[in-house]
Design a binder for this molecule. Structure first.
Ligand SMILES: [Fe+2]
Ligand SMILES: [Fe+2]
Length: 146
């Protein structure tokens, strides 16, 4: 079983930017993700996404390539921190990281839950997510409550 706490500590240990995209954001993304889970979702992938998706940001501004960078970076964790993922889980995690900076919705329940978990935390940068722009039904419901 993948040790999420260990992945979190690893991500925290190499993080050099501030809190805007840092650990408090990652924790909220994990919490949102847990609220968005449906029976079709892979909860391990969603929790890992929370701690890895922004980990390759080079600045807090418009760094649109940090998603694809994270997808590449996690290849280096495949035989260590992420060794217990199945190939399918690893692929989902990679796709969620790679696409979160560019894609609205994929149709895959796990990846879409990752996107919405991240979007639901836009309030931290004074941006209220538009329910119509969420990728999942649960995400839409939760955005309406914000
Ligand atoms: Fe991001
Ligand atoms: Fe994020």
């Amino acid at each position: 079983m993948v040790d999420i706490e260990q992945v979190k500590q690893w991500a925290v240990s190499r993080w050099t930017l501030g809190e805007m995209h840092g650990v408090s954001h990652w924790e909220r993304v994990e919490r949102n993700g847990l609220l968005l889970v449906t029976p079709e979702c892979d909860v391990t992938v969603i929790r890992l996404f929370a701690y890895l998706h922004d980990s390759c940001r080079e600045n807090d501004m418009c760094d649109i390539h940090h998603g694809p960078r994270a997808a590449k970076m996690i290849v280096g964790l495949r035989t260590s921190l992420l060794k217990d993922l199945t190939d399918h889980q690893f692929k989902l995690l990679q796709e969620a990281c790679r696409l979160h900076t560019s894609t609205h919705r994929t149709g895959n329940p796990t990846i879409d839950a990752c996107f919405d978990a991240d979007r639901l935390d836009l309030g931290r940068v004074n941006f209220i997510p538009d329910p119509e722009k969420m990728a999942t039904e649960k995400g839409k419901e939760m955005a309406r409550l914000l």
